[in-house]
Ligand binder design. Structure first.
Ligand SMILES: [Zn+2]
Length: 260
């Protein structure tokens, strides 16, 4: 378990022991905080609320970057506030709830299911999180999951990339969609086009600087190119990778071959 670390002024990150999952706490005026993707184990959420209390932070709202079980967690001590997500992500979290609960129970049992996965859609047409703290622009795109939404904080140059731009996971495509590779590329292009990124916070992996942001964009484009053209993939993120990641990678290779 790690503690909250300040990666940019007022932006705190806590990394879980589970798949290096990052929880981000964005602090604003009057000790308010926006909590993004709180996770992952019950103990870690208790620890997160304690660490926030020690700093005098009060949760104003939550945000889930996408409808995968490890990004839609919550606990009572975080408070009964709106937990925003893109409307498509909210819908998927409802539709796919049984499978998400099953995966949750397998990997991080003990959470209060009455709080798991219940999200509030962002107001229609809004391009920002509706809260009083630092501006947090939403970038919603397909590719990894329906309604996947990255946040960009222009004041600090922080990009919260959700499950994109990881240094420990290759691009993970949403293979149930009709055109997963093209979707992923478009999503990646949206993120790559963000100007002024100084700090990159991935959903899983290590926080990086501007150079690391560019390096990861390039690595992901290379992976997608190799996948699309049926070339052998030499990606450092697959070296010593956990079994589930190797399986996902193999499924993506099979899927890409099938389309030729
Ligand atoms: Zn995910």
């Amino acid at each position: 378990m790690t503690q909250l670390a300040e990666v940019a002024p007022g932006i705190l990150v806590r990394q879980s022991s589970f798949a290096l999952t990052n929880t981000t706490v964005i602090t604003g005026g009057r000790s308010q905080a926006l909590v993004v993707d709180p996770g992952v184990t019950v103990e870690e959420l208790v620890d997160l609320t304690r660490s926030m209390a020690v700093r005098g932070l009060r949760v104003a709202a939550g945000f889930s970057t996408h409808p995968h079980w490890d990004h839609v967690l919550w606990c009572g001590d975080l408070g009964a506030v709106a937990r925003y997500a893109a409307s498509r992500a909210v819908r998927i979290a409802q539709e796919e709830r049984p499978g998400m609960v099953e995966r949750l129970e397998r990997s991080a049992a003990g959470h209060d299911l009455a709080l798991f996965g219940y999200l509030t859609p962002l107001p229609a047409g809004s391009a920002e999180i509706p809260w009083d703290g630092p501006a947090a622009a939403t970038i919603t795109h397909s590719g990894h999951a329906p309604g996947h939404t990255a946040l960009f904080l222009p004041d600090t140059g922080v990009l919260l990339a959700g499950d994109m731009l990881s240094d420990v996971e290759v691009p993970l495509l949403d293979l149930v969609e009709s055109n997963p590779l093209a979707d992923y590329r478009r999503g990646l292009e949206r993120l790559a086009a963000v100007e002024g990124v100084r700090v990159l916070i991935p959903g899983h992996g290590h926080v990086g600087d501007a150079d690391e942001f560019r390096r990861r964009v390039a690595a992901d484009i290379r992976y997608l190119d190799d996948l699309e053209h049926g070339r052998e993939i030499h990606d450092g993120r697959l070296t010593g990778a956990p079994e589930w990641l190797l399986r996902s990678h193999a499924a993506q290779v099979r899927h890409a071959r099938h389309r030729e």
